[in-house]
Design a protein around this ligand. Sequence first.
Ligand SMILES: [Zn+2]
Ligand SMILES: [Zn+2]
Length: 60
Amino acid sequence: MCYDAVPCRVFSCGHEKPQGQRSQVDCGSNRCRYSKNHPTGQCNNCVNTCTQWYVARVRL
Ligand SMILES: [Zn+2]
Ligand SMILES: [Zn+2]
């Protein structure tokens, strides 16, 4: 599924701080509601056939 990749800097104490530009990563699936390949407005049974959730933040 699609997600936002957020670069984080990890400090030696264990804290991490988001740094830099987040970039959206497209999974490319036509069975994912958030993908560019998903048929917008033409998906009749979207709730049952397609991924409906989106990962907002992924540590790099
Ligand atoms: Zn996706
Ligand atoms: Zn769909």
